[in-house]
Design a protein around this ligand. Structure first.
Ligand SMILES: [Zn+2]
Length: 229
């Protein structure tokens, strides 16, 4: 049976979360959550979302959704905030009285995020957030950089697909699910998800098949995987 992951995009609707000028935590959490959902679906994981649009969902409803759907793992996506721009980096919260398995899960996410590049690893922290306390499965609340720090925001915007892939990879490895075609590629290819697409480059159209074949041979000699269609 396929594994079930509950993704909780923090805040929503009348609850904006942290705001910095035109940036709203509720939108950024949902954006990352939706990309993460896609990455997990690619791995054959069943994904439950606590919200898929900009609407208010109470904390009780969020944990009820995760528990009633018997999720194997839960992740709540947030962005952090501070009164000025001096705080930066990523931290991952688990419930204070949680077990070693949850701690491993939270560290796994941080390790994969660190591997694709974050400004600072602020640690796996123990606290008393409702969503990590009331969920019956390993749960974490990820603060993916500070919305009040410009470098964190720049990283979030540029690496959002990489971050989603990194989190998906950590989730899959915790669940023992094989990570199919989820190799993390050059960050520069990935700010708009372009790494997930294939582009076809056409070099010319030839009336004569001999000419086409000759060009293809030349290209292959130069190391391009040319084909004649
Ligand atoms: Zn938040």
């Amino acid at each position: 049976m396929s594994k079930i992951v509950c993704i909780d995009a923090g805040h929503g609707g009348s609850d904006s979360g942290a705001v910095n000028k035109s940036r709203y935590e509720k939108y950024e959490a949902l954006k990352l959550a939706n990309i993460l959902r896609g990455e997990l679906l690619k791995q054959g994981i069943t994904v439950i979302m606590t919200r898929t649009e900009d609407k208010y969902v109470s904390l009780n409803e969020r944990t009820k959704i995760a528990n009633e759907n018997k999720a194997d793992l839960f992740i709540s996506i947030h962005r952090n905030a501070f009164t000025n721009d001096t705080a930066y980096g990523v931290e991952n919260w688990i419930y204070a009285k949680t077990d070693a398995d949850t701690e491993r899960y939270a560290h796994g996410i941080m390790d994969e995020l660190e591997a694709v590049g974050i400004q600072s690893h602020r640690g796996v922290k123990r606290g008393n957030f409702h969503v990590t306390r009331e969920t019956k499965m390993p749960a974490c609340l990820l603060e993916l950089g500070f919305i009040t720090n410009s470098k964190d925001n720049e990283l979030f915007d540029r690496k959002i697909y990489l971050y989603a892939k990194a989190i998906a990879k950590a989730i899959c490895s915790h669940l023992g699910v094989w990570v199919k075609a989820n190799e993390i590629v050059n960050e520069n290819d990935c700010s708009d998800g372009a790494c997930c697409q294939l582009y076809r480059v056409q070099i010319g159209a030839y009336r004569d098949v001999e000419n086409a074949n000759r060009i293809a041979v030349e290209l292959k000699e130069k190391g391009y995987p040319a084909i004649v269609v």
